[in-house]
Design a protein around this ligand. Structure first.
Ligand SMILES: O=c1ccn([C@H]2C[C@H](O)[C@@H](COP(=O)(O)OP(=O)(O)OP(=O)(O)O)O2)c(=O)[nH]1
Ligand SMILES: [Mg+2]
Length: 151
């Protein structure tokens, strides 16, 4: 398994608040927990930045991490991400933060240590532009945005 450098910034993490872990052997995501000092009510339409109490240093530019919503919170409670998806660069060393958006109709109480989003490590390919005047023709060409119809 890949090794990932992790720095604990909030001493409760790994103690009263569990460290992120894969819930099952096949899990893709590590659940991130809210390192907040008291339960927080997030009003409908409100977005708050939640600390996770930890930093990671991915180091390898051919990797990144994405922060994704948890499906249960998103679907049932409207708790998703203010940035829709969080992208963690391989050279970022600051605290992982979760932008938490209540897009639902009801206030949501986020509890201390609650799992509010998930972190997924992903491969990245960095590209260098190669300037051309023309592309080799394809069947699609510039057609897009429903060009091929609906059914
Ligand atoms: O949900 C997120 C998204 C980003 N980040 C951190 C890690 C990431 O590497 C850095 C910058 O994110 P991004 O490039 O998406 O934001 P930006 O608005 O372009 O900021 P910057 O100018 O710092 O790149 O912020 C988080 O902690 N949580
Ligand atoms: Mg950026």
């Amino acid at each position: 398994m890949h090794k990932l450098q992790l720095k604990i910034l909030d001493p409760r993490l790994g103690d009263s608040i569990p460290l992120p872990e894969y819930a099952t052997p096949g899990s893709a995501g590590l659940d991130l927990r809210a390192c907040i000092n008291e339960p927080m009510v997030i009003q409908p339409g409100e977005t708050v930045l939640i600390p996770t109490g930890m930093a990671i240093y991915i180091e390898d530019p051919s990797l990144a991490a994405v922060i994704l919503p948890r499906s249960g919170l998103g679907h049932k409670h409207g708790i998703v991400l203010g940035n829709l998806v969080g992208l963690i660069d391989s050279d970022y060393q600051g605290q992982l933060m979760v932008s938490c958006w209540n897009r639902g109709q009801d206030a949501f109480t986020l509890n201390i240590g609650e799992r509010l989003a998930q972190l997924v490590l992903v491969p990245v390919i960095q590209a260098q532009f190669e300037m051309v005047e023309e592309f080799t023709a394809t069947e699609r060409g510039a057609g897009g945005f429903g060009h091929s119809g609906r059914h």
